[in-house]
Design a protein around this ligand. Structure first.
Ligand code: C5P
Length: 228
């Protein structure tokens, strides 16, 4: 029998550092990486490009089921996301795409249409999956589940710096408001709400460096004999 692919899930609210930490852990381990938030962002963006009404539930579920997306790595190690052949790497990171993602992510038809696609990322030698429901719904049998948090102020500040670095003109107050709104919507929706799996290890990253958080995840995996 082929051995099961080991899976680490890293869930948490926006700006908790999941993306950065998950990527760093995947690189350290040489494992695959799933950025599930990117899929929801892509559904929202594809809907927009196809001229769907923002409240067209069925239309967005169809978009999710037929999403033509490729994740590639540029020669210098950067990320490249292609939607129907068009580069949308920066576009999907915008706050508009984030808000759109949070809206379509509340619809069960969209979530179920993305399930198999997400599970297909689990390939040897292992997978690090980043999202909101990785440990609760998509990979309930994961070998290590992390729930990453940070105070709302710290999360808004991180997002602010990230967007500023990319040259976006954003206000910290507006970002703070959006993060609070998104948290509320993500944690109160009826399907796959944002909450730690009962067997998740909660790490509060407030005041910790990226390295410190990565070290904690690595230590948690070592404790479970997932790696040496
Ligand atoms: O993580 P990211 O900010 O890219 O996610 C964008 C939105 O997609 C989240 O606010 C959330 O509503 C949704 N999402 C989700 N389930 C996931 C990943 C993201 O509902 N596994």
């Amino acid at each position: 029998m082929t051995p099961r692919t080991p899976i680490v899930t890293i869930d948490g609210p926006s700006g908790s550092g999941k993306g950065t930490i998950s990527r760093a852990v995947a690189i350290r381990l040489g494992w695959h990486f799933l950025d599930s938030g990117a899929l929801y962002r892509l559904v929202a963006l594809a809907g927009l490009k196809r001229g769907l009404k923002p409240d067209d539930v069925e239309g967005h579920a169809r978009v999710a089921a037929s999403l033509d997306v490729r994740f590639e790595v540029t020669p210098d190690g950067g990320e490249l996301v292609l939607l129907e052949g068009e580069v949308v790497t920066d576009e999907i990171r915008s706050e508009v795409a984030g808000q759109g993602a949070s809206r379509v992510a509340a619809w069960p038809g969209v979530r179920s249409a993305l399930l198999d696609r997400q599970r297909a990322f689990a390939r040897p030698p292992g997978l690090v999956a980043d999202g909101r429901d990785m440990g609760t719904v998509v990979f309930p049998g994961a070998d290590l589940k992390i729930f990453l948090t940070a105070t709302p102020d710290e999360r808004a500040l991180r997002r602010y710096k990230q967007l500023k670095d990319k040259g976006s003109d954003v206000s910290l107050a507006a970002l703070s408001r959006e993060i609070t709104e998104r948290d509320l919507r993500d944690s109160t929706r009826t399907v796959a709400p944002l909450k730690p799996a009962p067997d998740a290890e909660v790490i509060d990253s407030t005041g910790l460096t990226i390295e410190q958080v990565v070290d904690r995840v690595m230590a948690a995996g070592r404790m479970r004999a997932l790696w040496a």
